[in-house]
Design a binder for this molecule. Structure first.
Ligand SMILES: [Zn+2]
Length: 78
């Protein structure tokens, strides 16, 4: 469980891991993409700052990896 500031609620909201849409890194620290119970999307930067997020979490383009040969997606999926 973690707390974010939801811009739609206008208050702090307690979310659980089912509300996490993605995790990434930034120069400021880890970024957690969340979706509130009300449907609002945001990101929690470095575990402290919540900001609105307009789009869903980025999706990794597997085709690009296939072309470069970095990773075999079938191996990763198993
Ligand atoms: Zn909300």
């Amino acid at each position: 469980m973690f707390v974010v500031h939801c811009h739609e609620h206008g208050s702090s909201v307690l979310l659980d891991m089912s509300r996490v849409e993605g995790i990434s890194t930034s120069p400021e620290g880890p970024v957690l993409d969340w979706r509130c119970w009300c449907g609002a999307r945001g990101r929690l930067v470095a575990g402290t700052r919540s900001e609105p997020r307009a789009v869903a979490a980025p999706v990794v383009e597997l085709e690009a990896h296939r072309r470069t040969g970095d990773t075999d997606p079938d191996q990763v999926a198993s």
